[in-house]
Design a protein around this ligand. Structure first.
Ligand code: NCD
Length: 356
């Protein structure tokens, strides 16, 4: 078979797989009852989330002492990971890099397609397949919708499959961000996420973090969501349908002050103007969707303020001083949550859990 017809066959198979309902795809990305490729928030149920959080808590306490850190550093010292981040990233990249290093995993990185053979015309598919010849895990961020999923699907067909973790894919999903966001809720509310009201603010249409976070909310009873945005950036209907199907109550509003005053957690986001076609974001007035110092007086005393970061003007810098500002701790939580996830994928979590 020549290369073109081979590719066409693969493309056909891929398109068929892509169109399957998510419930049918999930087993393909598991091994031995454990998550193997972490691609979508829908892969995570309540039990697996709590397990990630408990392992993350354990890792952060154990590694405070040298003996604990030395032990954790040895857990996966025989493994290597490739970080393939071809979209801008500071904290997701750094937190994955440091999560790998905490577990002793050696890392390589590509952060720009202009330094890889993609510049010589190699397809992204062949490029990622190449990684699997050298490493034991691929952690990736890619602008093309579904490409991370396609990589995992392709990898699982090769004779050297390696797990793939989605560090942000197009506008669609950012599951590990959602894990660390829920970990932040879990730590802030003493593990009680039930009955909480969570307001998500900003570009809900194109923000992948709010999409993945919405999916995870099905694991917690009686959570209410408030989507606060200008109508141009309203949450997409597929997520609203998902919430309806799972009886998660939500409402949409453009009244920022009224919305945030009801919330236990306020999740601010940036306008995702990298997805603009003709600078359309500039035409939308977002000034009434920004969290200013004065808003600290109208939110609940027990509320927390979150942000996946990076921020622009969505949160006034002076708000950082308030004890309810949780975003810098949220950022650090990401490293522990990601280290916990990786330890689970490689099946060494029981060694962490067993330690006193
Ligand atoms: C987010 C992302 O990349 O989607 N950042 C992150 O991973 N912490 C949010 C954003 O870029 O606005």
């Amino acid at each position: 078979m020549d290369r073109t017809s081979l590719m066409t066959g693969i493309e056909k198979d891929w398109n068929k797989f892509l169109s399957l309902p998510i419930s049918e795809k999930l087993p393909y990305f598991e091994r031995d009852g454990r998550i193997y490729d972490c691609l979508f928030a829908q892969q995570l149920d309540r039990k697996s989330l709590t397990h990630i959080f408990e392992i993350a808590d354990k890792l952060r306490t154990m590694t405070k002492k040298k003996e604990g850190m030395d032990f954790v550093n040895s857990l996966l010292s025989h493994k290597k990971a490739m970080l393939y981040f071809v979209q801008p990233s500071t904290r997701t990249f750094l937190s994955f890099l440091n999560a790998c290093h905490i577990l002793g995993i050696k890392t390589g990185e590509i952060r720009d397609t202009s330094t890889s053979s993609e510049l010589k015309g190699e397809t992204p598919e062949d490029t990622v397949r190449t990684f699997s010849s050298y490493v034991d895990m691929i952690i990736m961020r890619h602008p093309t919708p579904n490409f991370v999923e396609k990589t995992a699907w392709l990898m699982n067909k090769t004779n050297r499959p390696v797990p793939v973790i989605n560090g942000g894919s197009g506008k669609d999903q950012h599951p590990t961000q959602a894990i660390l966001d829920v970990y932040t809720l879990y730590r802030s509310f003493n593990s009680e996420i039930e009955n909480k009201t969570i307001a998500m603010v900003g570009d809900l249409k194109r923000g992948r973090t709010v999409r993945s976070l919405s999916y995870l909310m099905k694991n917690y009873k009686n959570v209410k969501l408030i989507f606060i945005s200008p109508k141009e950036f309203a949450m997409e209907s597929d997520i609203l349908e998902f919430l309806k199907k799972h009886n998660i109550s939500y409402y949409e509003t453009d009244n920022f002050e009224e919305g945030i005053s009801q919330a236990d957690a306020i999740y601010m986001t940036r306008i995702q103007d990298e997805h603009d076609k003709n600078g359309e974001s500039k035409k939308v007035d977002i000034s009434s969707f920004e969290f200013k110092q004065k808003h600290l007086d109208i939110i609940k005393k027990t509320a927390i303020i979150m942000h996946p970061l990076p921020r622009r003007s969505e949160i006034e810098i002076s708000v950082d001083e308030d004890p309810r500002a949780m975003y810098w701790r949220q950022e650090r939580n990401g490293m522990w949550a990601r280290a916990a996830l990786i330890s689970i994928i490689f099946g060494v979590d029981h060694k962490v859990a067993a330690l006193k």
